[in-house]
Design a protein around this ligand. Structure first.
Ligand SMILES: [Fe+2]
Length: 436
C-alpha cells in the first residue's frame, strides 16, 4: 500500500484528478464592520442575518447589522438557531427564509449557525422535501439543482471551519442520528473571519472548537488519498470529500503547526490575542483542508457519541439539555483512532504528530500511533478536557450502541486509511473510554 506523499509518482489505483474549490476569505481583526460593503458587492438588498440567542448578546452582531444598515441594506435578524441543530430547527429556519423573500444571507455564529443558514438558503432557493438533499442512504442525496443566494459567513468560534465548507450537519431527531447535506453549492460566497470575536469566547468553547479544528486537519491529512478512491462515473460526481490531496495536505500541516503552538495558550488566557487570532486562522485553514479532503473515523464516531449522550452537560455551554459539544465528541475518540489507523500510513501519522509539536526524532513507523495519541492526550490534559468517553457518562455497556450508531457514517468511514468494520468500531470506542 505504501504511504502517500508522492501523489504524482505512481499510477493512481483510483481517481487521477482532484479538485480545488477555493473559498473567498477576508481575514483580520475588525473586518466584521466591512459586512455591509461586502453584502453590497454581492448585490444583496434584503438580508436575513442568522445567529443564536447566545451569540446575539455580543456586540459583534450589532457591528454586522450596523454595517448592513450603513450600506443601505434592509435586514431581519433570525436568532432562533439551535446549538447542535436538528431537522426541526433546520425546517423552522427554512420557513423563515422562504417567507422573508430575502436576496442574501449573513450568518454570525459557530458551526450550528452557519450550517443552519446554509440549509435555510438551500431550501428557500430550491424548495424540496426535506430529505431530498440529505445525504443518502438516510436522505435521497439529490444534487442541489443550481446556485444558492449569496451568503456571507462570519464565524465566532475558532474551529468549525463551516465558513469554508459545503456541508451542513444536523440531528435527525426521530432516528437519533446525525447526518448532513453536502454540496459545493452550499459553500458560503464569502467567509468574513474577524479574530477579534475570539476574545469573548469561554475557555471550554475555545478548547472544543480548537480540538475540532485539530481533528479536521489531522483527519484530512491522514485520509485515504484521492488516488485510491474509485474514479467517479462522471467528473461532476467527484465527491466533496475526495480524499487527501496536495492542496489539503499543505493547509492541514500549516493548521496543525499553529494548533500545536497556540491551542493551549488560547484556552488558558482570553487576553492572549495572538494565540486566539492564530486559532481563528488555523480553524479556517483546517476547514479548507477537510472541506476538500474529508474527515474519517473520529468524526464518524462523534455522531454516535453526540446522539447517545444521557446526562452530560459541558461547562460554559447551554445547560437546557444534555449535550456533548461537537469538538469534544470528536477529540475524545481521536487518540484511540490514531493508535489503530497509524499502520495504514505511519509516515503521515508521524508527520502530523510532529506538526502538532511532538518529538518524533528516531521514531520508528510502529511508534507512530502512540506518538500522535500521546500528543493529543497531552493537549487534552493541558486544557482540562474530560479523560475519555467514561468521563462524560459512557461505559462498556454502551459500546454496542455506539458502534451501531457510528457504522452508518460510511461517507466518513470509507475515507479512513485503514478499512473499518463494526467490530473495529467497538474496539475503538472501548479504547476511548479512559486515557489517564
Ligand atoms: Fe468537526
Amino acid at each position: 500500500m505504501g504511504c502517500c506523499h508522492h501523489y504524482f509518482a505512481n499510477t493512481p489505483e483510483g481517481d487521477e484528478a482532484f479538485a480545488i474549490d477555493a473559498s473567498r476569505i477576508v481575514f483580520g481583526a475588525g473586518c466584521l464592520k466591512e459586512a455591509g460593503e461586502h453584502a453590497r458587492a454581492l448585490s444583496m438588498h434584503r438580508v436575513a442575518v442568522f445567529t443564536d440567542r447566545g451569540v446575539r448578546r455580543h456586540a459583534y452582531v450589532d457591528t454586522v447589522t450596523a454595517s448592513l444598515a450603513a450600506a443601505g441594506i434592509d435586514h431581519v435578524v433570525y436568532d432562533e438557531v439551535k446549538v447542535e441543530p436538528t431537522d426541526a430547527s433546520f425546517r423552522h429556519a427554512a420557513r423563515f427564509a422562504t417567507e422573508g423573500r430575502f436576496d442574501g444571507f449573513v450568518s454570525v455564529g459557530g458551526g450550528s449557525v452557519i450550517d443552519t443558514c446554509k440549509a435555510a438558503n438551500l431550501y428557500s432557493s430550491h424548495p424540496a422535501d426535506f430529505l431530498a438533499y440529505v445525504n443518502a442512504p438516510i436522505g435521497q442525496g439529490l444534487p442541489v439543482p443550481g446556485p444558492l443566494k449569496p451568503h456571507i459567513a462570519c464565524p465566532t468560534t475558532c474551529g468549525t471551519g463551516s465558513e469554508v465548507t459545503g456541508v451542513a450537519v444536523f440531528d435527525l431527531t426521530a432516528q437519533h442520528l446525525k447526518t448532513g447535506i453536502s454540496s459545493k453549492l452550499l459553500k458560503p460566497s464569502l467567509a468574513l473571519v474577524d479574530p477579534a470575536v475570539a476574545a469573548s469566547l469561554p475557555a471550554t468553547v475555545v478548547a472544543a472548537s480548537g480540538f475540532d479544528a485539530l481533528s479536521h486537519a489531522l483527519e484530512a491529512y491522514t485520509a485515504l488519498p484521492y488516488t485510491r478512491r474509485a474514479r467517479p462515473a462522471n467528473a461532476s460526481l467527484r465527491p466533496v470529500y475526495q480524499g487527501a490531496n496536495p492542496w489539503s495536505d499543505a493547509l492541514a500541516l500549516e493548521a496543525l503547526a499553529s494548533i500545536g503552538t497556540y491551542l493551549v495558550r488560547a484556552v488558558r488566557d482570553a487576553q492572549d490575542t495572538e494565540a486566539r487570532t492564530e486559532m481563528m486562522y488555523a480553524g479556517t485553514l483546517a476547514g479548507i483542508a477537510f472541506g476538500g479532503a474529508g474527515c474519517h473515523i473520529p468524526h464518524g464516531m462523534s455522531y454516535a457519541v453526540a446522539g447517545l449522550v444521557r446526562e452530560y452537560r459541558a461547562p460554559e455551554y447551554p445547560q437546557d439539555k444534555p449535550m456533548v459539544p461537537h469538538g469534544m465528541a470528536v477529540i475524545l475518540n481521536a487518540p484511540s483512532v490514531y493508535r489503530w489507523t497509524a499502520p495504514g500510513c505511519p509516515d503521515r501519522h508521524l508527520r502530523g504528530a510532529q506538526s502538532l509539536g511532538a518529538d518524533t526524532r528516531g521514531a520508528a513507523p510502529e511508534d507512530a500511533g502512540e506518538i500522535v495519541a500521546a500528543r493529543i492526550i497531552e493537549m487534552m490534559r493541558s486544557t482540562l478536557f474530560p479523560a475519555g468517553l467514561g468521563a462524560i457518562g459512557f461505559g462498556e455497556a454502551d459500546v454496542p450502541a455506539l458502534a451501531a450508531g457510528a457504522f452508518p457514517q460510511q461517507r466518513l468511514l470509507t475515507n479512513s486509511p485503514r478499512p473499518v468494520g463494526k467490530d473495529d468500531l467497538a474496539g475503538l470506542f472501548r479504547g476511548a473510554m479512559r486515557y489517564w
